[in-house]
Design a protein around this ligand. Structure first.
Ligand SMILES: [Zn+2]
Length: 391
């Protein structure tokens, strides 16, 4: 794969992540801490929210990872929270992370190596008018003749490793079709759809999560696309109603342009040959997450089979480097999440297996050292080679 020679450049610190300024945001001097949530996550979250320039990276029932701005160091210390430092200088880690993978080069590879069995899809525009672009691959049965394996990556814009892993997966199929009988079998059995996308984080703010849509009632910008899908969106407790929050759900179910576009495309796949497997790749935490997000007690109709496939995927992923992934339903394994794509895929689109996979994280969370990018791709591809024949 080729890599873009784009690296974030330094701009003004004044444009913090929470404001709606289309300037580049830098994280030089930010420190990343893992804060123990012994006092309970809601209370901890509100303390962190009181720090003006500090960014929540990740929350887990037991801890939160936060990027603390230099201007907040004193206030953070005054909170006297039980914490450990993960990264002394987030800006330096971003600089060391290296350039991004180029989706364009994958498209070029497809048109060169696989012109009769691939197409680039442009399914609609994001809030900022960028086309949501995908790659469709198929085998001997022809385009659209088989059930779908449907892959999303980087729906949360800062989770770059998801794009790279999804592209690595697609690249293995394209390059293996002509010389590997197993891979040829995959493509002859399924139509593959890949949506590995990101944009704003490349040029402006490495740690932006949500979409870029403003709301009339607030200066905060962005809705969490993975809390906005129109299924069980209204259930309380699985997303935030605060527009400043990283998991802001929106005003109405499915009211973001991105979800509208993705939903329409999903419905089209469901009405065609159906969706056998959907995986939404995220980072980080190393989880294989099964339905459901909206309820901790409800299980999918084929839950036993889902658990056994996830166990197989877990052990296959561990083979190359021993990386340990945990699996289980989203709500009972991690936390309640409403308006997520996997619940929609399962109950509305009739997807047989609809999962979210949280990939590796670096010491500063979403920013992964270059040395871990290829291994992440390799271990997930190992997992996919084990999973696909069992579907
Ligand atoms: Zn995510």
């Amino acid at each position: 794969m080729k890599f873009l020679e784009a690296i974030l450049t330094v701009a003004s610190l004044a444009s913090a992540a929470v404001t709606a300024v289309p300037e580049q945001v830098v994280y030089d001097g930010f420190k990343v801490f893992r804060v123990n949530a012994t006092e309970g996550l809601p209370s901890l979250k509100s303390k962190i929210a009181s720090l003006a320039q500090t960014l929540e990276l990740y929350s887990h029932p037991d801890h939160m990872d936060v990027a603390v701005a230099p201007s907040d160091f004193a206030a953070f210390e005054a909170l006297d929270l039980p914490s450990e430092i993960l990264d002394e200088d987030l800006g330096a880690s971003i600089a060391a992370e290296g350039p991004l993978v180029s989706y364009k080069s994958l498209a070029e590879t497809c048109s060169r190596l696989f012109p009769q069995n691939s197409e680039i899809l442009e399914i609609g525009a994001s809030y900022e008018g960028r086309q949501i672009t995908g790659l469709h691959l198929w085998g001997s049965g022809g385009s659209g003749s088989k059930p779908a394996i449907y892959i999303h990556g980087t729906v949360h814009a800062r989770e770059w490793i998801a794009t790279m892993v999804v592209e690595y997966f697609a690249y293995q199929l394209v390059s293996g079709y002509g010389n590997n009988a197993t891979i040829k079998g995959f493509l002859n059995s399924y139509d593959f759809y890949f949506f590995p996308r990101f944009s704003y984080t490349q040029s402006n703010d490495r740690l932006w999560r949500k979409n870029r849509m403003p709301r009339s009632s607030t200066s905060a910008r962005g809705t969490d696309i993975n809390r906005n899908w129109p299924y069980k969106w209204e259930v309380a407790g699985g997303a935030s109603t605060n527009p400043s929050a990283e998991d802001y759900k929106g005003q109405v179910a499915g009211d973001t342009p991105e979800v509208k576009v993705l939903k329409a495309f999903t419905d089209k796949l469901a009405a065609g040959k159906g969706i056998r497997l959907y995986i939404d790749f995220h980072s980080y935490g190393q989880y294989i997450l099964l339905p459901y997000g909206y309820s901790c007690s409800k299980r999918s109709g084929n839950d036993a089979k889902q658990e056994s496939l996830a166990a197989g995927l877990q052990s296959a992923i561990a083979k190359p480097y021993g990386t340990r992934f945990t699996y289980g339903p989203i709500c009972s394994t991690l936390y309640a999440a409403t308006g997520g794509s996997t619940d929609y895929m399962t109950d509305v689109a009739g997807t047989t297996y609809a999962w979210a996979v949280e990939l590796r994280g670096g010491s500063s969370g979403f920013v992964l050292p270059a040395s871990q990018i290829r291994p992440s791709g390799i271990e997930i591809w190992q997992g996919m080679q084990s999973l696909i024949p069992s579907l």
